[in-house]
Design a protein around this ligand. Structure first.
Ligand code: IPE
Ligand code: IPE
Ligand code: MG
Length: 241
């Protein structure tokens, strides 16, 4: 099926993706899970390139959750290795396409070599402004809210903030996504109907699109299809008309 037509004037400003199904993709082929993750990296490249081309401002990809540490060490270390390799290989493309890298999640909990690699790409790409690519790494929505509450409590304790002044903006500014628009569109691949602790605060009014396609099978046309579907939605934000 070819890609449906989309209105380039109404591209979601922020697209967030729960990249799921790498393990099932590998299993269906009798391959080890890690080869599914490897195949998933190719999809990351395609989706990133397509989003940038369509004019998406922020693309947030859920790559590793705080709960993913429950997986066997063999899998988590292979994932960290893939991430390192991806960052090393991708820098040139990011520079060429003027993509800025950001991270949402607890960086300090990642292996040191990964932290170094991330910090270096974040630094190198700092001046790029065509699209922000956020990688959600060691990310948990509840953990993000906990660290925001701690930050705010410290401000109150230091006498710089009154509890009565705390509003939604205070919380927005204390999240990993400070200063970024909320996701307009949340995509999840592989058919799972759950949020899995992703951007809990930020997705309050995101349009949700779930596809049966496994992440390694998700294509450029699938992203366009998700955006076409998003453009058909009637976003009311609680209003009645
Ligand atoms: C998503 O694929 C990638 C990560 C969570 C890192 P999964 O590894 O969760 O694949 P399934 O859900 O087992 O198929
Ligand atoms: C969500 O997928 C996390 C990422 C995509 C990184 P999971 O596969 O970990 O989620 P559950 O276990 O199906 O909820
Ligand atoms: Mg999964």
């Amino acid at each position: 099926m070819s890609a449906p037509a989309i209105d380039l004037a109404r591209i979601p400003r922020h697209v967030a993706v729960i990249m799921d199904g790498n393990g099932r993709w590998a299993k269906a082929r009798g391959l080890p899970r890690i080869l599914g993750h490897q195949a998933g990296v190719k999809t990351v490249r395609t989706v990133c390139e397509t989003a940038r081309e369509l004019g998406v401002g922020v693309l947030t990809l859920y790559a590793f959750s705080v709960e993913n540490w429950k997986r066997p060490e063999e899998e988590t270390s292979a994932l960290m290795g893939l991430l390192n390799e991806y960052l090393r290989r991708e820098l040139l493309t990011m520079m060429k396409n003027e993509i800025r890298l950001g991270v949402v999640g607890d960086l300090a909990g990642l292996p040191e070599d990964v932290q170094k690699q991330l910090n270096s790409v974040i630094e190198e790409t700092r001046g790029n402004n065509k699209m922000l690519l956020n990688l959600a790494l060691n990310y948990g929505g509840r953990a993000e809210i906990v660290q925001a509450v701690q930050k705010i409590a410290r401000e109150v304790k230091a006498g710089r903030l009154n509890p009565e002044q705390i509003d939604e903006e205070t919380i927005n500014h204390s999240l990993y996504t400070a200063g970024q628009p909320d996701p307009d569109l949340l995509i999840r691949t592989s058919g799972e109907m759950r949020v899995s602790n992703f951007l809990l605060w930020q997705i309050s009014y995101a349009e949700i699109y779930i596809t049966q396609k496994l992440w390694p099978d998700f294509t450029r046309d699938d992203l366009i299809k998700a955006i076409a579907e998003y453009q058909k939605r009637d976003r009311r934000f609680g209003a009645s008309e």
